[in-house]
Design a protein around this ligand. Structure first.
Ligand code: AMP
Ligand code: ZN
Length: 138
């Protein structure tokens, strides 16, 4: 299913042209229009879903295989030293286009890409308590 108001539905299904590097029945992989690094790619499911919370099982099952395939091509063609795989769910997490997508960002030793966070710490027992709550909600 696609959403006629969604730009990534249009790109994923070929209604808007894109720099496509991979396509199959479930996905199109394109180059990001404003890349963090040259070669920065987006894996777009062809079916509309908002984010990882409403992904279809068949799409979820295949997404990492597509990511692995594209990462290998990046390593080979771009000679990058590493790749970040990122997915943002919700505006608070940085999502700006509300059609699920996975970022693949080629990385080089000492490049200028920043994906920073500062670390917190847990009080005694807090991590186990939180893990138990999350486990109960699965
Ligand atoms: P996010 O902030 O995780 O939702 O990422 C959205 C990404 O989509 C950003 O990196 C944008 O540069 C990229 N983007 C937005 N519109 C287009 C487009 N028409 N073609 C390619 N990439 C796009
Ligand atoms: Zn969509």
């Amino acid at each position: 299913m696609t959403d006629s108001n969604c730009i990534f539905c249009k790109i994923a299904n070929g209604d808007i042209p894109s720099a496509t590097i991979y396509e199959d029945d479930l996905f199109r992989v394109i180059l990001d229009i404003s890349p963090a690094m040259k070669g920065h790619a987006l894996i777009l499911p062809k079916n509309h879903c908002h984010d990882l919370t409403d992904i279809e099982e068949a799409t979820a099952a295949k997404a990492l295989l597509v990511a692995s395939k594209v990462e290998k091509a990046m390593m080979k063609v771009l000679s990058c030293d590493g790749v970040n795989l990122l997915q943002n769910t919700g505006a608070a997490a940085g999502q700006s286009v509300f059609h699920l997508h996975f970022h693949l960002i080629p990385r080089y030793e000492n490049d200028s890409v920043t994906i920073p966070w500062t670390t917190l710490s847990y009080a005694d027992g807090e991590a186990n308590e939180l893990a138990a709550k999350l486990k109960a909600a699965l």
